[in-house]
Structure formats: structure tokens, C-alpha cells
Design a protein around this ligand. Structure first.
Ligand code: KG4
Ligand code: ZN
Length: 342
């Protein structure tokens, strides 16, 4: 292998401020994230102005912490990668301005990274210091692949040919999957962020006769979750005396519907494109039912499934630094030890 190239990544597209150092596009040396989530809790969603103000305050310390944790000096950083889209404009501006100023000061190149593509790239990353062929227990994903990004702002299904070419097959027509989790959680009184709360509460339920189906949009790879959310809102308004057991059952049924439609479309996309690799990314990929059921369904369909470890599903700068390396060197990361490209 050639010399170790360390890339500093900066991610600030939503409420979080994250910095990371990643070696050779694969090994996460550090990944430090601060979030202003607590401050948004009482509003039931992210307030962009609060997010960007906090980011401005903490970004310097977060970048310094990432460099310290990685034991890497600024002088040995090869390039600075940052999220340039999509995201909250004020938040993106904080990360982009910081990255540009830093790159200028240390005379290092800048790499602009698409946040959604980086979520899928997280499947190449390892937090272990010395990555081996089986660094994520399954080796590296082989392309082409189908990529499903499920986050607070997006639900998008891509055909990924080589990580430079992403064909959008479908996306949500209204709410994103994570947004639906957040809104339903608020309706049910579980607070914000809703994903982890619903995941936890639904886990206590085994079965229910309650059904809240998600729109199927048969024959399309698009998604729609706002009808599901509204059905739950109306049900809740009609039954305002629900106890914790029934509320948990609603959460269970909701989670089940959303997971079912995500898996159905992801597997159908693999079949349509005759692809054997499925990559998942984004905060909702941390959902325990989604992870469990995806493992079963992909095995049944002879598909190799990759989901990042939960820390790398949620917004993080490691995926930005890792994908930044990949963009500069215009090739997939080499599989250590085998000499093969992934
Ligand atoms: O990717 P991410 O960190 O930020 C965006 O790019 O949007 O995703 C955040 C979303 C939130 O909507 C949150 O509720 C959801 O991911 N989420 C989950 C879980 N953990 C986070 N959704 C379902 N189950 C979870 N365990
Ligand atoms: Zn994200």
C-alpha cells in the first residue's frame, strides 16, 4: 500500500457538528460529533437558526478534538472534505466556511461532498485501527449496488454503479422516513427525535390487531409516508383516552409498515437492476427492526446486505472524509490484502 493519506472531514448539514480524520478512505481514526438536539426538543423539530448558531460556537473545538483524538497534526492532513449539499443552508454555510478558511490557511485542497452519497459510502468504513479484508465482517461491498438512504430529510433509492455515478430510482414524494418517525413520535407523545423513541417503545410489543398501512405506490420506487402519519394523527384524535399499551401498539404498527415498504422497494430495486449488493445509510438505518428484517429478507433473496454500525448511520464526518478520499483518487478503495478493487 502507498503512504497513509489522512483526510479531515467536516459535516454540519443539520443540527450536528462533526469532524473526523479518516485514513485512506477506510479507517476512522476519529469521529467527534456535537449535537444541539436537546435545544430543539421543546419545538418538536430542528430550528435552523438555533442549529447554525451552535455550530458556529462549537466547530473550532470539534475539529481540534478530532485531530487530537486521531493524533494527527494539521500539517499531515492531505485534504479537507466538507458537506456541501443537501442540508440546512445556514448549517452548511458554517461547515463550508470553516473548511474553506482552514484549507486556505494550511494550503490544502478542499473536497466538496454530497451528504446522501456519503451516507452510502459509510459502508466502506471501519472504526478498527487496522482494517483487514473482513473489516466489517462481510468484506467490502461489491458494486454495482442498490443504495437506500433513509434519514430525517431524505428517503432515496439509488442504483450505484461506481460511487461516481448514482441513478436516482425513487424518493419520497412527501415526508422522509425519519421525518415520519419524528412526527408520529410527537403525535404519540414520545418526544424528539422520534426514531430511537419509537424503536424502543415498539420493541416492547409482540403483536397487535391495529393496522396503519403505508402507501404502496405499486410499480414505482417512490415512497409516501404522509398518509400514514395523518392516519395515526386522526386515530389518536378520535381515541384520546389511549393508555401506554395501546400507544405502544400504534408505534409498533407504524414502524412495521414503514419498515415493510422500505424493504419491499429496496429488494424490488435489486431484482429490477439485477444487482446483488444492497447498501443502507442514514439515521433510520439504525432502526433495530429494519436491520433485523433486512438481514432476513436479503438472505432469502441472495443479496449481500451492508448497513454501517449505528454510529456511522447517523450524521457523522467520517463518511464525509472517507468519501472525500474516494472522490479525489477517482477509484473505489482497494480491498487490503487482496489487491482487488471492491
Ligand atoms: O441521517 P440522520 O442522522 O440526519 C439526516 O441526515 O437527516 O437521520 C436522522 C433521523 C431522524 O429523523 C431520527 O428520528 C432517525 O434518523 N433515527 C431513527 C433511529 N435513530 C435515528 N429512526 C428510526 N429508528 C432509529 N433507531
Ligand atoms: Zn444524514
Amino acid at each position: 500500500m502507498g503512504p497513509a493519506l489522512n483526510i479531515l472531514g467536516i459535516e454540519s448539514s443539520c443540527d450536528e457538528t462533526s469532524a473526523a480524520v479518516v485514513r485512506n478512505g477506510l479507517t476512522v481514526l476519529s469521529n467527534v460529533t456535537a449535537t444541539s438536539l436537546k435545544e430543539h426538543e421543546k419545538y418538536g423539530g430542528i430550528i435552523p437558526e438555533i442549529a447554525s448558531r451552535r455550530q458556529l460556537e462549537v466547530i473550532y473545538g470539534i475539529v481540534q478534538a478530532a485531530l487530537n483524538k486521531a493524533r494527527v497534526k494539521l500539517s499531515s492532513i492531505f485534504a479537507v472534505a466538507f458537506t456541501d449539499r443537501p442540508g440546512l443552508i445556514g448549517s452548511l454555510l458554517v461547515g463550508a466556511s470553516f473548511a474553506r478558511a482552514l484549507g486556505f490557511a494550511i494550503r490544502k485542497p478542499l473536497i466538496q461532498v454530497d451528504h446522501l452519497h456519503a451516507h452510502l459510502y459509510a459502508n466502506f468504513l471501519s472504526t478498527k485501527k487496522t482494517p483487514c479484508v473482513k473489516h466489517n465482517a462481510r468484506g467490502f461491498p461489491r458494486l454495482p449496488a442498490i443504495g437506500l438512504v433513509v434519514s430525517g430529510g431524505h428517503t432515496s433509492l439509488f442504483h450505484v454503479t461506481d460511487f461516481h455515478h448514482f441513478q436516482l430510482l425513487g424518493r419520497t414524494l412527501d415526508d422522509a422516513a425519519g421525518e415520519a418517525f419524528d412526527k408520529v413520535s410527537r403525535i404519540l407523545g414520545f418526544g424528539y427525535p422520534g426514531g430511537p423513541a419509537i424503536d424502543r417503545v415498539a420493541g416492547s410489543v409482540k403483536e397487535t390487531s391495529l393496522r396503519f398501512p403505508a402507501a404502496d405506490l405499486a410499480g414505482s420506487f417512490d415512497f409516501s409516508f404522509s398518509g400514514l402519519k395523518t392516519a395515526i394523527l386522526y386515530y389518536r384524535q378520535k381515541h384520546n383516552d389511549l393508555g401506554p399499551k395501546q400507544t405502544a401498539e400504534i408505534a409498533f404498527s407504524f414502524q412495521n409498515s414503514i419498515v415493510t415498504v422500505l424493504i419491499k422497494k429496496a429488494i424490488a430495486a435489486c431484482q429490477k437492476k439485477n444487482v446483488k449488493t444492497l447498501l443502507i445509510g442514514g439515521g433510520v438505518a439504525a432502526n433495530s427492526l429494519l436491520r433485523r428484517r433486512l438481514a432476513i429478507e436479503s438472505k432469502k433473496n441472495d443479496i449481500r446486505l451492508f448497513i454501517p454500525e449505528p454510529e456511522l448511520c447517523l450524521d457523522n464526518a467520517a463518511m464525509i472524509a472517507g468519501y472525500g478520499y474516494h472522490l479525489v483518487f477517482k477509484r473505489p478503495p482497494r480491498t487490503p490484502g487482496t489487491g482487488k478493487n471492491s
